[in-house]
Write a protein that binds this ligand. Structure first.
Ligand code: V47
Length: 373
């Protein structure tokens, strides 16, 4: 939709809105950040079509008609974990098998990647026997083979464990990893920041304050990062807004976040199998409200292995401008939890087609959102 058409649609729609929603739509139009009560109201009363138009305003302002993707791959070194999170189907506590890749096996996976692949995403369980030197050396070995490969590695939960185990503070620990070749930090482990719900779904893992402190430290050191939210389990709308608000505040302080990635809870093979998954309508409402609320985040990412490629395509009309990447088939966090994508792999032409069918312009990017020419 062109900018003028979009403005006209919003104008027509505004005539049918309640006063409260009209005020919110005016704020979005003029670029005024929403309050937490605005956010809650959108979750309670915002209809899907209305939310899609609001999200489109923000998406278009930030990214025009571009939809980004990257050639990347994931490595999950182990599923042996000191934590026991009730929503997790991946760790050895719930999965049928335990695995731990050796350094040579990890390097063989690196070697098997085509030269055009630009980014490696490493994340997994928190292994009790591994330490910061092991993880630093692993990055060094990867960089020695592929110096230009961008290493996005270790969620805040893994970092928290290895840095505290080494007796370091977050800045010193991250500086050590940066010196080994760490380029950026993925967004995992945020789950839900509200302390009561966090206690219920993942009481053993890194607390919310430390998750935020690790990302703050990364940003101070010039390491960009992403942020996630696990939604659709025990949390209320106000917990979602609280999570978005804490992220928006940190982003105001540091400007170091690249993308926000909502992660839909999947219920299979974990302790929370009795919690029904939210309908796809709720997924799109979640994406749209996040886009509008996090007006200081440059990008909204649909992680298609978790959402499914069809809904990822639809999400491009609900605030998303980034389709993550080609991935390859090594990520098991979602397939084990029952996601429809059991073997996530996408070709570049498949990715482009998905984006073009949604009326957007596919742009291959590097890890800093620079177009690859
Ligand atoms: O933190 C685990 C989630 C996350 C389940 O930064 C689950 O670019 C749903 O953070 N149902 C890890 N979700 C993955 C992650 C990520 C993924 C893609 C890109 C980026 C990035 C980061 O996976 C965990 C947790 O929130 N998760 N189990 C489950 N049953």
């Amino acid at each position: 939709m062109q900018r003028q058409e979009q403005a006209d649609t919003l104008k027509i729609l505004q005539k049918s809105l309640s006063k409260e929603l009209f005020v919110i739509s005016e704020k979005v139009k003029t670029g005024i950040p929403l309050s937490t009560s605005d956010g809650i109201l959108l979750f309670e009363k915002g209809e899907l079509g209305f939310l899609g138009i609001l999200a489109d305003v923000v998406r278009k302002r930030k990214n025009g008609d571009k939809a980004w993707f990257i050639r990347n791959f994931h490595i999950e070194p182990t599923n042996i974990c000191v934590n026991r999170c009730n929503f997790c189907s991946f760790s050895h506590h719930f999965s049928a098998s335990k695995w731990e890749l050796s350094v040579d096996e990890i390097l063989a996976k690196v070697d098997s990647q085509d030269e055009s692949v630009r980014e490696i995403h490493i994340t997994g369980a928190v292994h009790p026997k591994r330490d910061i030197v092991y993880y630093g050396e692993l990055i060094k070995k990867i960089k020695a083979r592929r110096p230009k490969l961008h290493v996005k590695a270790y969620s805040a939960v893994e970092l928290d464990y290895m840095i505290k185990k080494a007796g370091l503070d977050f800045i010193t620990g991250l500086q050590y990893l940066k010196d080994c070749g760490l380029d950026s930090v993925p967004g995992g482990g945020a789950e839900i920041f509200d302390e009561t719900i966090r206690e219920k779904i993942c009481g053993m893992k890194t607390c919310s304050a430390d998750w935020l402190a690790i990302h703050r430290a990364a940003h101070i050191l010039g390491l960009p990062s992403n942020a996630t939210m696990l939604y659709g389990h025990l949390e209320t709308f106000s917990h979602r807004v609280d999570h978005l608000e804490r992220l928006r505040q940190l982003q105001n302080e540091t400007g170091g976040f690249n993308a926000f990635i909502p992660l839909k809870f999947h219920r299979y093979n974990n302790e929370m199998k009795d919690v029904l998954e939210v309908p796809v309508i709720e997924d799109m409402r979640m994406y749209a409200i996040s886009r509008v609320y996090l007006d200081n985040f440059p990008h909204m990412k649909a992680y298609w292995p978790a959402l499914g490629r069809k809904m990822a395509q639809v999400s491009l009309s609900f605030g998303v401008d980034d389709m993550d990447g080609t991935i390859n088939d090594s990520t098991r966090i979602y397939s084990l939890a029952g996601a429809e994508e059991q073997s996530p792999v996408m070709t570049v032409s498949g990715m482009k087609q998905l984006i073009e069918e949604a009326g957007r312009i596919p742009v291959e990017r590097d890890s800093y959102y620079r177009p690859v020419l």
